[in-house]
Design a protein around this ligand. Structure first.
Ligand code: ZN
Length: 418
């Protein structure tokens, strides 16, 4: 019965909307509008078409204008209502974008049918979600250009005691044409993936009663894209500016050991405290232990005990010396090489691993925010098995998801409507 009632309510609503969408023909004084070509477009008559709204199909009837110079037609009412060149109302597009950002498009189509009783095609969910993602990205690029020209406004707000920028990379499977002439991650293998760079910004106001740092709830915002480090650097810098980088007292950049992260930190966030996320650093040791003692968990643990201890206590020089020693003592040249690479990783990042110092300053030494972000923002939507993306399509959905998960989806629609 409730489903039948919903259907009736929808029909009544659609009839009411059709009435509201019946525009009057312009009076004699308003029969022309300016045309983009510089001439004027003349009123040609009323034109009607269907529009899918949140209560089903309605009809819009509005004036049509035609330019006799360039033969361009226009519907000012469509622009005003934000339904230019689309069959879907803003309310429906918001729903399609929301489900398209959350789940595979076919699943989104089924959700729209179940939850809103609207029939749309899978392609419509895909196109709409991508289109909204592209629009979000275009607005972000405008902002990034402003930041690049140092023309961003000053973002006013209360002072921020602790401000964190975290960055990481995660691989997304792409269609073959997106990896042409790119080397794979394993030597001799063709590339199957492209790296999505993800950044998270969050703040901390204080510490708990045990002196541990506490992240401000809901303070995390994300930006990301498959793009070069140079492009991404400007993107994360712009986001940090918006979030109040300028009024932060203690500024921290965190990441794993990837060179691009620290290049961005040096270029865009000079003077910030640089910290290698402790969890990432620990993972390096765990992986090495697995290589050294395959299928022998107790030997792995024995080997790890002192190494993890040194790492946690910032005694990186000791750790590096121990690693070099094991590299020299192994008879396997491949393994020795791997260990030396790891030794270099710790040596090169040693000043970013002074964890006791960082703890003393009440800072996070590993937050898991960006790791969780890679999983929730990117992995859970873009890394289903059998999913292959175009870079353009992936970037649209990444922009959309970052927007949704940063609490910016509703503000985006408000901005569109204004
Ligand atoms: Zn014209």
């Amino acid at each position: 019965m409730e489903i039948a009632i919903r259907s009736t309510v929808h029909q009544t609503g659609a009839t009411a909307l059709t009435e509201l969408l019946r525009f009057q023909p312009p009076d004699a004084d308003h029969r022309t509008v300016p045309c983009a070509c510089g001439h004027v477009a003349k009123y040609e008559g009323m034109r009607s078409r269907p529009v899918l709204t949140v209560v089903g199909w309605a009809q819009i009837d509005r004036p049509y204008y035609l330019c006799s110079e360039c033969h361009c037609g226009q519907f000012p009412a469509d622009v005003q209502l934000d339904i230019q060149k689309t069959d879907f109302s803003p309310g429906v597009r918001r729903m399609l974008a929301a489900v398209g950002s959350e789940a595979p498009f076919a699943q989104g189509r089924a959700q729209i049918k179940l939850l809103a009783d609207l029939e749309v095609t899978t392609k419509a969910v895909e196109r709409t979600a991508e289109f909204i993602g592209e629009d979000i990205e275009a607005r972000q690029q405008q902002d990034i250009r402003r930041a690049k020209q140092l023309k961003l406004p000053i973002f006013i707000g209360p002072p921020i005691p602790y401000f964190y920028v975290q960055m990481d990379g995660t691989q997304v499977f792409v269609v073959k044409s997106e990896t042409e002439n790119r080397a794979g991650r394993s030597p001799g293998q063709p590339a199957r993936t492209r790296e999505c760079k993800l950044g998270a910004v969050f703040t901390q106001t204080g510490v708990d009663d045990q002196g541990r740092p506490v992240r401000d709830e809901n303070s995390t915002t994300y930006v990301g894209a498959i793009e070069t480090a140079e492009e991404f650097g400007l993107r994360i810098y712009t986001e940090a500016c918006h979030r109040g980088w300028d009024r932060a007292s203690i500024r921290v950049v965190m990441g794993d050991g990837s060179h691009w992260i620290w290049n961005i930190a040096d270029q865009h966030f000079p003077g910030a405290i640089q910290i290698v996320d402790l969890y990432h650093a620990r993972e390096h040791l765990w992986e090495l232990a697995r290589l050294l003692f395959p299928a022998d968990p107790s030997a792995q643990k024995r080997w790890l005990k002192s190494k993890l201890n040194w790492l946690d206590n910032g005694k990186i020089e000791r750790l590096v010396a121990a690693l070099r020693k094991s590299a020299n003592s192994t008879s396997n040249p491949e393994l020795a090489k791997t260990i030396r690479i790891e030794a270099e990783y710790f040596e090169g990042n040693r000043n970013r691993m002074r964890y006791p110092e960082f703890r003393q300053k009440n800072l996070f030494v590993g937050s898991g925010v960006i790791e969780a972000g890679c999983k929730t923002v990117i992995g859970s939507r873009l890394k289903h098995s059998g999913m292959f993306w175009t870079v353009h399509g992936a970037n649209a959905i990444i922009a959309l998801r970052c927007c949704c998960m940063s609490g910016k989806f509703e503000p985006y629609w408000e901005e569109r409507a204004s």
